[in-house]
Write a protein that binds this ligand. Structure first.
Ligand code: MF3
Ligand code: CO
Length: 257
């Protein structure tokens, strides 16, 4: 299903996006050497509940996971990249952490992810990889305009990722979002310009370039959720929810402070 939101719904999406971004950045500030992933999950739960919002994850049971997710945020460390199920793990100096959060507020969802280093950077390649996903995200957003097509966004992302020498996994990518978190159209992290669904005002998209340093192959953890690089290589992920407007793309998941 593809949804086109009304102006009133886009307004609500702005509020949801700001909430998601503020929670993510608060958690980024709090995540230190010695922080447990389950603490981050509890903090996320509290902030979601205090805001009167609903988690898009806790009861979510898609075909690509095993049973309801049961947690409030995805926490992926080092070689883990997507759908990181929070578990009893204490962050160490130099860990590469990805936080991915989606919530719904007044019936409209927003989804965003950030990667960062906990404590001191051990390998400059980690920073380079994170920066590549941020630049790919910016390029994808810049390519999103009314009358354009999904393939324009995919190509812009893929050009940056490949240009920096990273392989691209085509199984998981961005997606439409609105009254629910995962909708059509799929936004692959590489593709052909001029192809795919035509972008129109009122369409909300979650755009999410993610990479693994030396492979495009994923393996699933014993937890049935967490996806890791098949080689054990480190990974990075950057995601924003945007709205297509008459003028172009508006980023909804920017922090307000
Ligand atoms: N927010 C993720 C995405 O970017 C999806 C997480 S699904 C979960 O699309 F079930 F793992 F939480
Ligand atoms: Co998403």
């Amino acid at each position: 299903m593809i949804e086109i939101l009304t102006a009133a719904q886009i307004d609500r999406a702005r509020a949801t996006g700001a909430l998601v971004a503020d929670i993510l950045h608060t958690l980024k500030d709090r995540a230190r050497v010695g922080t447990n992933l389950l603490d981050i999950d509890r903090w996320a739960q509290k902030m979601i509940e205090d805001a009167g919002a609903d988690s898009c994850y806790v009861d979510y049971a898609p075909s690509f996971g095993s049973g309801p997710f049961g947690h409030y945020i995805c926490t992926a460390v080092n070689d883990a990249v997507l759908h990181g199920l929070p578990h009893d793990y204490t962050l160490a100096d130099g860990d590469l952490l990805t936080l991915d959060l989606a919530v719904s507020l007044h019936g409209i969802a927003a989804d965003s992810a950030i990667s960062f280093i906990v404590g001191t950077t051990r390998d400059p390649e980690d920073e380079r990889m994170i920066e590549t996903t941020q630049r790919a995200l910016a390029a994808g957003i810049a390519a999103a305009r009314p009358g354009g097509r999904i393939g324009d966004i995919s190509r812009a992302i893929g050009t940056v990722l490949k240009g920096d020498g990273y392989p691209i996994n085509m199984e998981f990518g961005g997606h439409g979002i609105g009254t629910t978190m995962h909708q059509d159209p799929h936004v692959a992290n590489d593709g052909r310009p001029g192809r795919g669904y035509v972008l129109r005002p009122g369409l909300l998209l979650a755009i999410e370039p993610w990479i693994m340093a030396d492979t495009d192959q994923l393996v699933t953890d014993a937890d049935g959720w967490t996806l890791r690089s098949a080689t054990g290589a480190r990974t990075a992920h950057s995601e924003h929810t945007i709205a297509i407007t008459e003028d172009g793309a508006e980023i909804l998941t920017l922090p307000t402070r």
